[in-house]
Design a protein around this ligand. Sequence first.
Ligand code: ADP
Length: 179
Amino acid sequence: MAIELKIDSKVLWLTGLSGAGKTTIANKLKEKLSAFDIAIEILDGDILRMGINKDLGFSMKDRYENVRRTAEIAKILVNNGIYTLVCLISPTEEIRKMARNIIGEEKFIEVFINAPFEICKARDVKGMYKRAERGECKDFTGLDSPFEKPANPDITIDTSTDTVLQSVSKVLDFLKFNK
Ligand code: ADP
C-alpha cells in the first residue's frame, strides 16, 4: 500500500549583495520556522565555499557552478520534505533561472534581499568591501562583477529600511506562517 506523503516544502532562494542580510534573515527565519513541525536546512554560500565548493572562485563560470551544485543539493532536500533556505549572491537573472529550473517552478521562491551597495559597503560585515577597494579581491559583486536586480522576485525585502524582524515577518506572511 502506498504511503501518502503530504509535503509542501519550499526552497527560499535568498539573492542579494554581500552584506545585504541573507544569512541574518535565514538564521532568524529558521529560528521562527522551528516553532512549526517542519524540517529546515540552511545552505549558506560562505559555508559551502569552505567544503563542497572550495574549488570554486568568483569568475562568472565558477559562480554558475556554485549555484548549480547548490541548487542540486537544495532539490534533494526539498524533495525530501525539508524547507531549504539558500543564501547565495546569485548575481544574474540567468543564474537564478538555472536554479529555478533545477529545483522546479512550484518549489522555488525567489527572495530578493535588497540593500543599496553603499549600505552594504558601510556594514562591511566580513571586511570584504575594504579588501575589494584595496584591489585585494577580484570579481567583487557590485564593484567589478555585476549584480542584476531580480526583475520579478516573489518577495522583496529592503534591509536598509526594514528591521530583521520586519524582514522575517514579510517572508512568514508570504508563506502563510504568520497568524
Ligand atoms: P549576507 O549574508 O547577505 O552577506 P549578512 O546577513 O552576513 O549578509 O549581514 C547583514 C548585516 O546587515 C548584518 O550585520 C545585519 O545585522 C545587518 N542588518 C541590518 N538590518 C537588517 C535586516 N533587516 N535584515 C538582515 N540584516 C540586517
